[in-house]
Each structure stands twice: as structure tokens, then as C-alpha cells.
Design a protein around this ligand. Structure first.
Ligand SMILES: *[C@@H]1O[C@H](CO)[C@@H](O)[C@H](O)[C@H]1NC(C)=O
Ligand SMILES: *[C@@H]1O[C@H](CO)[C@@H](O)[C@H](O)[C@H]1NC(C)=O
Ligand SMILES: *[C@@H]1O[C@H](CO)[C@@H](O)[C@H](O)[C@H]1NC(C)=O
Ligand SMILES: *[C@@H]1O[C@H](CO)[C@@H](O)[C@H](O)[C@H]1NC(C)=O
Ligand SMILES: *[C@@H]1O[C@H](CO)[C@@H](O)[C@H](O)[C@H]1NC(C)=O
Ligand SMILES: *[C@@H]1O[C@H](CO)[C@@H](O)[C@H](O)[C@H]1NC(C)=O
Length: 420
């Protein structure tokens, strides 16, 4: 069942999806869709104007690296083209070859994947399969090498295990087989003493995947379907196992947004596949592990992310189905990184960050961003969440930094809630 009534703010994109024939502006005016916490509804229309404006080419200063460019070609729920360009330099496609974004378009989540892996790992915590302070190596054979003997489960959740940011060499070119790539993750040494340093690392969640697969005997995508997306009927949330390439007509019918002309931007070391990357995962390391990884690889849309966020605001339940206990959900909103000022972190979720929540930032505001142009934020005190889905890496990852749009969302939502 799709959510028909939205209890919290839900990025309005969700409200739009519930009424596909109405324009988003119409929906914003519909009082029944606005929760009582919205004391200043016009701020939501200002938000729409503001976030839509960045689809027009302009010099947005450092956000567009001082070039005349849009920050993103499309934003879900509002406006734009999910396929717009013919090459990495921004040659525009003929109009009939472009694709308009739809309210329920499916985007490559990039690092929002980590939040789904987080929920799956929290379920195992809750069931006593492992504890937060357990050593990962006690549950995952082969992990306790390279200075990792003392890495705990908690350190994986909070990016304090001591890993470098990414595997080097990249999994997709450094190794010939999936078995070797899995071994490479297990073998990766730490560069800092476990627990001594905060350093955001994809290796934290690659390791979490291996831990989960070990203790459940299920591949991550099957575990996700069994424990989360299945029970919550999130039918638009999936991994593309096997990096299956689909034809243009199929991609359009499935409403999947395009991403980058990777080979043009970064050269022949990039995965060899049809360009632009479209329907197979943008993240090269996730591509190298068959499209399924704990750190990236997931596809989803605004409605399903809305269900995900509302489940967390509901303290673990949605539509009568419980996937987490309330006390476990509290761990999302608990700062485990007090030793690292500026890097507050609950399990899996960042806390108190300006760059994705702007004026809404607080220790009770949990969220994350994804490299492809996604972000999600959940504010417990106001019972509000919002998602921002853009395909900012189309046609070229080096075109923009969209944090300004993420911060503006926080600003206008704070206004709508009467906080500013
Ligand atoms: C969006 O709103 C912010 C905050 O008011 C403002 O600084 C910025 O210039 C606006 N951006 C656009 C493109 O209108
Ligand atoms: C894109 O621009 C670069 C630098 O100007 C140039 O070398 C390259 O050939 C261009 N690519 C295309 C497809 O036009
Ligand atoms: C793990 O911690 C113990 C106890 O503090 C220490 O003696 C040992 O050297 C540590 N191992 C590694 C590989 O850091
Ligand atoms: C969820 O838990 C928090 C913290 O205990 C509480 O403040 C909030 O009211 C709960 N929300 C719901 C919907 O039960
Ligand atoms: C999922 O769909 C099934 C079958 O339609 C329904 O019984 C169940 O309540 C739904 N669950 C949620 C969380 O919406
Ligand atoms: C694009 O970004 C990549 C990685 O961020 C960098 O290695 C590359 O040099 C950049 N290319 C250009 C033309 O800016």
C-alpha cells in the first residue's frame, strides 16, 4: 500500500506522487496534505522555486566551480530532464531524445545505500547475533588482519575503524574475480589505529556487508528483500545484481534516471559499459562487486524513501509492520562520535550536519548524502523528514557540488516549521 496520508513533511515529492495528475504546486496548496506543524506553507512554495532554479544554467559560484552550468538537470517532484546531455561536456540532446523527470523516478542512491545496510545490521544487533562492541573478526573469518584485530561493529557503523576512504587499487580494476575482490576487502589494512580517528570510508560498509552475509548466510540483496523492502512493500527499491544493462525503452519504462558519461570524464580505467551510465550502478567499486554492496548500489524512489523515513519516525514500524524495536531506532539518534567534534554520528546516520540539513541541523536530525545527488534527513523533534533526489552527476561528476541546495532545503523547511 502506498502512503495516502502523509504524517510528516515528506519532501512534498511524496505528496505529489500520491496525486500524479496534480502539479506539485497544486498539492502544496492542498491543506489536508500539510501537517499541522507547517505553520508557514508559503515557505514550501519558495522551496520549490528555489530548488527548481538550480536546473537552469548559471554561474552559481563555487557550487558550479564558477562555470555557467545547472547544478543538476532534474530534481524529483519538481522539474527537469533525467536524460539531457549527449556527452560529458554538456552538448544537449535533441529534445525528442531527452527524458523528463517524473515524480516516482528511480535514482541511483549511491551512499544512501549505507542507511539500508545500517537497518539490516541493527536488526542483527537486536537479535543478539552480534553486539556493538564485539570485534568484527570474532564473527567474520579472515577480517582480523592488517591491524584490524580490534575493530568493533560500532566502528564500522561510525567510520572510526581506521580505514582509508576507498580501497586502493579500486575493486573494479585491481582484481580479476569476485572472490578476489571479496578477499581484497577482507585483507585491506587500516591506516589509523582502530577507534582513534573518524574518516568516512566506503570500506566500513563493504565490511559490514561481508559481516551480514557471514552471519545470515544470505547475500545482501536477498537479506534486504527478506527483512526490509519486502515487509514494507518497497517495490521500487532494489539492487541491480549482475550490472544488467537494459535498452533505452526499458530504462524509460522503468523510470530510471541517467547518470554520467564516466569514460569521457575519467578515462579507460572506468568500467567498460554503455555510456552514459544508466541503470547500472554509478559507483565503480559497487559495479566491481556485481552491483551489490553495503556502501552503494541501491536504487530507490521518493515514495519508498518516504516509507523508510516514516518507519524511523514511527520508531521502527510502518503500515502495521515492525522492522525494528524503538530502543534500536534510538541508536540512530545517539551520538557515538563525541570524541570527534564536528563528526557526530549515530549508527549509520550522520547527525548535526549543516551541509545536508542547513538551518534544521541538530543532534536529533539524522541523515546522509549520496554522491549521485541524493540526500535524506530525518528530524525527530519536529516529526519531519525530507528527501532530495537529483541526478547531479549527469553528464559529469565534476560539474557541481549541490550542498547549497541541500542547505536551502533545510532553510525553507525550518521556515515552514516556523523556526525562522
Ligand atoms: C535559494 O534560497 C537561498 C536562501 O534564501 C538564497 O540564498 C539563494 O540565492 C536562492 N537560490 C536561488 C537559485 O534562488
Ligand atoms: C570535451 O572537452 C574536452 C576539453 O575541451 C575535449 O578534449 C573533448 O574532446 C570534448 N569531448 C567531446 C565529446 O566533445
Ligand atoms: C588490540 O588491543 C590490545 C589490547 O589493547 C592490544 O594489546 C593489541 O596490540 C591490539 N591489536 C592490534 C592489532 O592493534
Ligand atoms: C519515538 O521515540 C522517541 C524517543 O523515545 C519519542 O520521543 C517519540 O515520541 C516516539 N515516536 C513515536 C511515533 O512513537
Ligand atoms: C504490504 O502489502 C501486503 C499485501 O498487499 C499487505 O497485507 C501489507 O499490509 C502491506 N504492508 C505494508 C507495510 O504496507
Ligand atoms: C574530475 O573528477 C575526478 C575525480 O573527482 C578527477 O580525478 C578529475 O581530474 C576531474 N576531471 C576534471 C576535468 O576536472
Amino acid at each position: 500500500m502506498r502512503p495516502s496520508r502523509i504524517l510528516s513533511l515528506v519532501s512534498f515529492a511524496i505528496s505529489v506522487v500520491a496525486l500524479p495528475t496534480a502539479s506539485s504546486t497544486d498539492v502544496l496548496r492542498r491543506a489536508p496534505f500539510l501537517p499541522a506543524t507547517i505553520v508557514n506553507p508559503s515557505a514550501l512554495q519558495d522551496l520549490q522555486v528555489n530548488i527548481s532554479a538550480y536546473t537552469f544554467p548559471a554561474n552559481y559560484g563555487s557550487a558550479s566551480f564558477n562555470q555557467v552550468r545547472p547544478l543538476y538537470p532534474s530534481v524529483v517532484g519538481f522539474t527537469g530532464l533525467s536524460l539531457k546531455y549527449a556527452d560529458a561536456n554538456g552538448t544537449e540532446l535533441a529534445q525528442e531524445d531527452t527524458v523528463a523527470v517524473g515524480n516516482d523516478d528511480i535514482f541511483d542512491m549511491a551512499s544512501l545505500t549505507k542507511l539500508f545496510t545500517t537497518i539490516l545490521a541493527m536488526q542483527q544487533l537486536e537479535r543478539g547475533v552480534f553486539g556493538l562492541d564485539d570485534k568484527v573478526g570474532d564473527h567474520l573469518p579472515g577480517f582480523s588482519v592488517g591491524g584490524k584485530d580490534n575493530v568493533t561493529v560500532k566502528m564500522l557503523f561510525t567510520h572510526t575503524a581506521g580505514f582509508d576512504a576507498d580501497p586502493d587499487p579500486g575493486l573494479w580494476y585491481g582484481y580479476a574475480t569476485f572472490t578476489e575482490r571479496r578477499e581484497a576487502i577482507l585483507d585491506t589494512p587500516v591506516i589509523n589505529k582502530p577507534g582513534s580517528t573518524y574518516l568516512y570510508s566506503d570500506l566500513s560498509f563493504m565490511s559490514m556487508q561481508l559481516l551480514l552475509e557471514q552471519v545470515t548466510s544470505l547475500p545482501l540483496d536477498d537479506l534486504l528483500r527478506q527483512e526490509l523492502t519486502g515487509p514494507l512493500n518497497m517495490t521500487s527499491t532494489f539492487f541491480n545484481r549482475g550490472n544488467v544493462e537494459a535498452d533505452r525503452e526499458v530504462l524509460i519504462a522503468k523510470k530510471i534516471a541517467s547518470t554520467e558519461y564516466q569514460i569521457e570524464v575519467l578515462g579507460g580505467v572506468e568500467p567498460q559499459r554503455r555510456q552514459p551510465v544508466w541503470g547500472t550502478v554509478h559507483d565503480e567499486n559497487a559495479w566491481g562487486t556485481d552491483g551489490v554492496s553495503g556502501h552503494a548500489g541501491l536504487y530507490s524512489n521518493a515514495v519508498d524513501l518516504g516509507v523508510f523515513c516514516q518507519m524511523i519516525l514511527n520508531n521502527g514500524t510502518y503500515g502495521g509492520t515492525r522492522v525494528l524495536q524503538p530502543a534500536t531506532v534510538d541508536l540512530i539518534f545517539t551520538d557515538f562520535n563525541t570524541a570527534f567534534p564536528g563528526n557526530a554520528h549515530g549508527l549509520g546516520f550522520e547527525l548535526d550536519q549543516n551541509y545536508w540539513s542547513g538551518a534544521m541541523r541538530s543532534l536529533q536530525t539524522a541523515g546522509h548524502t549520496g554522491y549521485t545527488g541524493t540526500s535524506l534527513a530525518i528530524d525527530r523533534p519536529s516529526n519531519t523528514f525530507w528527501v532530495l533526489l537529483t541526478n547531479r552527476v549527469h553528464p559529469n561528476r565534476n560539474w557541481s557540488n549541490i550542498n547549497v541546495a541541500r542547505e536551502n532545503m533545510g532553510y525553507f523547511i525550518a521556515k515552514a516549521l516556523g523556526r525562522l
